[in-house]
Design a protein around this ligand. Structure first.
Ligand code: FES
Length: 106
């Protein structure tokens, strides 16, 4: 489904779960992570099953990640920037961070 990226002409360095990665400037966080071989962005708060981007257009909310100094964002709608520190969202998402209740995401 996704092809791992082997090079970038305008690289941006960022980290995910402490792992240093590179992406192309202008990529979304979701594209940057998927292109780096990261396929689990969070775990479901209900079943703890692994979740990853599905729609890539901001509709499914499966791509939540936590970005230092930004909070929880939709990875498919947020551009990667130099030095960004990204981590998985824990099982217990504070709905005040996202403004979206888990039950309304279906
Ligand atoms: S991948 Fe669906 S909202 Fe981001």
């Amino acid at each position: 489904m996704f092809r791992l990226r082997t090079h970038s002409t305008d690289p941006v360095t960022f980290s995910f779960e402490g792992r240093r990665l590179t992406a192309s400037r202008g990529d979304t966080i979701a594209a940057a992570l998927l292109g780096s071989g990261v396929f689990i962005f969070r775990n479901s708060p209900v079943s703890s099953s692994p979740r990853a981007p599905f729609c890539m257009i901001g509709n499914c909310y499966e791509c939540f990640v936590r970005v230092e100094a930004m909070g929880v964002v939709q990875a498919c709608l947020t551009e990667i920037t130099e030095g960004m520190k990204i981590s998985k969202v824990s099982n217990l998402i504070d709905e005040s961070e996202t403004g979206i209740k888990e039950s309304s995401k279906r």
